[in-house]
Design a protein. Sequence first.
Lengths: 120, 414
Amino acid sequence: MAQYMFSVHSVGEAGGPERTQDEMQQMMAKITILEEEMKSANALVFSGRLTEADTATVVRMSGGELLTTDGPFAESKEHLGGFYIIEADDLDAALVWASKTTAAVGAPIEVRPFWEMPDA
Amino acid sequence: MRGVDGSPAVDAAAIGRIFREESGRSVATLIRIFGDIDIAEDAVQDAFTVALRRWPGDGLPPNPGGWITTTARNRGIDRLRRESRGRELLDQVAALPPDDHVPGTAQELVYVEDDRLRLIFTCCNPALSTEAQVALTLRLLGGLSTEEVARAFLVAEPTMAQRLARAKRKIKAARIPYRVPEDHELPGRLRSVLAVVYLIFNAGLTSPAEPSLCLEGIRLARILSALMPDEPEVAGLLALLLLTESRRASRTAADGSLVLLGEQDRSKWDPALIEEGRAIVRACLRRNRPGPYQLQAAISGVHAEARSIEETDWVHIVALYDQLFAISPTRVVAMNRAIAVGEVQGPAAALDLVDELALDNYYSFHATRADLLARLGRDREATIAYERAAAMAPTDAERDFFRLGGRTRPRPRD
């Protein structure tokens, strides 16, 4: 078993066409069904949806001092909108979940394996 | 010359050939045993060194493939024993039933064939870039050295080594599985395997590198069709490659310039390849589960049986393109269909169809228009179209061809 992080990439939330109330409800319903399926297959480790990227704060060390800045780290139209941590046998199995996830949330999904400590 | 026990003696070149032929099988089996591509590759390389030392004196072992796998397995185990991280792996190796490594037994053969099939689907996993899929397939399954793969694709060896290393790292880190896809995933996954083999063959049409990528493509297609005898598209791909290969030598003149299908010396086409290709096409027809590769092979087969471009059964070819377009409705298929229509109904009908396609960024589109315009006597428009085709041509031979207004030689007096 291996763990994979699915990053849900929200594309251009500010500029793009807003989803209608109906569309939002349909999407939420699909996501709920998918997450139930993930849970009953023991595939879902953890998941979360994030607030808009402009609510982010970045802290970093700069010349020995702590620097705090308002706004997201990457100046980009795409931001992490949410994530899933999934347990699967292999990448093929993980990609099956990923394809269901992209269909439900209507955004591209980046699949990355978790780093594992090499056997000593 | 004979070895000490009377068996045929072998030199380094012969040993190299045998290893290239057998290494795909051995690497595949060792990946299953060790669960690691690098260990498997190193082990086969070690076995190669042993063979270079022993075979010239001892002669060829009775079953060289089995010898390589057994020797490589033992070398791999030795190597793992020396490393601390290898011990745990070794426990797993020891846990495998011993009888599946006995060379030559029926059970071992089944495992080995399954191993190569697993390896193909690992190499051609769509989670890897096409470039990486092609490189891995040639390296691991085809047994080409990293240097040979690099040379075939005109990239520096360190670049190719990096590409292979990155792909292998991803296979390991992301756990790209080493297994044959289940039935419901097979059609999609098989498509990417066939595309890789087709790409390897096509790269060979424009690259003069040795070993010939065309021959590698055919070798891989033969392996696939032996491993998946019930997949008609695998047979279709093999037939298409054989039929294309039958005319490869006639495609270029001695000076490297391009020779059109209509102008090729058909007596130079390879009759054995044509016969083999057409026999496969006939078998596909009987099976009646058509697909894009089978249909392209059928079209190629119609050309192969015609004694000249005029005697070609163009009506049959148009019908096959209709079928192909129904399955894969791409503009490139539509354009090739239009060319065939032109042979039946004349260039004006073809030009009408081609002009609808608007494939402005595709050099063949301009080349086709140029040829049709020239045949209609619209010379000025033809010249412009040839210039556009020349500017986009992928190879020098094709560029020169279009520069000369679609002729392989300058006109005597122009």
